[in-house]
Design a protein around this ligand. Structure first.
Ligand code: GLU
Length: 483
């Protein structure tokens, strides 16, 4: 068996849609699972869609996602060029198209725009899909040559049979049979001399010895025509895997304007590349177990492309957030601080132990930007309403809270060592002496030192970080508010 070779063939048109990222990931995993090669080919021949800088986005995305290509424009292993426009410049596509003309599998077409538009309109009237009517197939060799000599603009079309069937196979969909009369004589070489995607992908995949082609199922309807090209040349057909689309929660195609449709969007929202990759692996594929968190090596080991799902995958940002939080929890301290401290420093300019603050939120965030809202009270006691002291379950209200704070204040004033165990001891001794519930002391205390309904960590942790002076100041403010 030949070595597995897969390719990611993006058209550089902007940010990388998560669907494209998933395609790249599956291509990568298929290759690596079999010890094969993963190639990068830039399909930049559609001049209308080309976006400046988009090729850099492709490189950056692959690098950040850990999808390291073995071959590509920057790593030529003898199958180059790997940039389609550079391949066009060699004239190779036209040469291959001419071979097909020789074989009778393709023909020159000189029909002008008006005639093609008329064909379209007539088909529309009949309620049919427009198909080229093989008008130019009738031209004799001499007529064709005369037009070429006279410089009449032309395209080269595939010559598909009108009877019989073409069968092709897709791993997910099985054998698909298409009546040949449905096959349009698609354009292979455009009037500007450029190959169409439909032609170039076949030539390139063959010359680059690609064994598995993963792509979106929008290409499924063209696969029969690709097969006819492979057969016309006498080439091996690669294994096709047409992945279903990724939808939003309303089952509509995940659109750019959702703001979460590209890898770059997700990075900006604070997701970790590893978590995005892990999530995308499961967005349309499932392993043979209920494991959900995978390292890249585990994915490579487990990835079985026959388990890719045929039904559309729903992009579930809630799940991705959960996954991201799992990655954050598992981070070693050094890496975690690298991400968390800069976010914390944006909010906390006071001289506080920001590593302790970071530790406090580590298990409580989904993405790093979540930190800001959770820790802002350390910087400044927020304006809060005394209604916050009232808690039904804790059996607290503004009256008993005032009492508790007044009684505890001198105890904390007398405390020298402001560490969690000492603070806790003071509070617990107080609770024991008073004979009240823990919550009756701790709820007012935490409210006073944080001014917030919800905080990462309890009163002790917060007080230790704030230090004696600031904690006491906040308790006094609480007493004042409640008095
Ligand atoms: N350039 C095509 C795209 O970005 C590639 C499709 C394929 O993988 O064959 O959609």
């Amino acid at each position: 068996m030949s070595k597995v070779r897969t390719r990611f063939a993006p058209s550089p048109t902007g940010r990388m849609h998560v669907g494209n990222l998933r395609t790249a990931l599956y291509e990568y995993l298929i290759a690596k699972h079999e010890g094969g090669d993963f190639l990068l080919r830039i399909e930049d021949t559609d001049q209308n869609r080309y976006v400046e800088g988009a090729t850099e986005i492709v490189y950056n995305t692959l690098a950040k996602a850990g999808l390291i290509h073995d071959e590509g424009p920057d790593k030529d292993k003898g199958y180059g060029p790997y940039v389609q426009s550079e391949r066009v410049a060699t004239g190779m596509y036209l040469e291959y198209a001419k071979q097909l003309v020789e074989k009778g599998e393709a023909y020159y077409c000189f029909c002008d725009k008006e005639r093609l538009e008329d064909l379209h309109k007539e088909a529309e009237k009949r309620g049919e899909v427009a198909k080229y009517d093989k008008h130019c197939l009738q031209l004799t060799k001499e007529e064709v040559q005369a037009k070429l000599d006279a410089g009449v603009p032309y395209v080269i079309r595939q010559n598909n049979p009108t009877e019989g069937h073409t069968v092709f196979n897709d791993i997910l969909y099985g054998d698909i049979t298409v009546p040949n009369e449905d096959l349009d004589d698609m354009v292979l070489i455009k009037a500007d001399g450029y190959p169409t995607y439909n032609f170039a992908n076949v030539i390139d995949d063959h010359l680059m010895e690609i064994t598995h082609v993963v792509r979106g199922n929008e290409y499924l309807s063209s696969a029969a025509k690709y097969n006819r090209l492979y057969e016309a040349f006498g080439w091996d057909i690669p294994i096709y895997i047409h992945c279903p689309i990724i939808t939003d929660e309303n089952h509509k195609k995940l659109a750019k304007r959702s703001g979460s449709s590209s890898f770059e969007d997700l990075l900006e929202q604070g997701f970790l590349p590893e978590a995005i990759v892990n999530y995308m692996a499961l967005c349309g594929w499932s392993p043979n177990s209920d494991q959900e968190i995978f390292t890249m090596d585990e994915l490579i080991k487990e990835f079985d492309y026959t388990r890719i799902s045929k039904s559309p995958a729903v992009f579930d940002i809630v799940k991705l957030k959960w996954m991201n939080s799992e990655y954050i929890k598992k981070m070693d301290d050094e890496t975690y601080y690298e991400y968390a401290l800069p976010v914390i420093k944006e909010t906390i300019t006071k001289d506080l132990d920001i590593k302790k603050i970071a530790d406090l939120v580590k298990t409580r965030i989904e993405v790093f930007p979540d930190i800001t809202e959770k820790i802002d009270f350390f910087q400044e006691l927020p304006e809060y309403d005394i209604a916050m002291y009232t808690h039904k379950k804790m059996k607290t209200n503004s009256e008993n809270s005032l009492e508790v704070l007044k009684e505890m204040l001198p105890l904390f004033e007398a405390l020298e060592d402001y560490s969690i165990p000492s603070i806790e001891k003071v509070a617990m001794d107080y609770v024991a002496g008073k004979g009240c519930k823990n919550g009756q002391a701790l709820w007012p205390l935490r409210t006073a030192v944080s001014g917030k309904q919800m905080t990462p960590g309890g009163a002790y942790e917060i007080m230790e970080i704030l230090g004696k002076e600031e904690s006491l100041r906040r308790i006094r403010i609480g007493i004042e508010k409640l008095s």
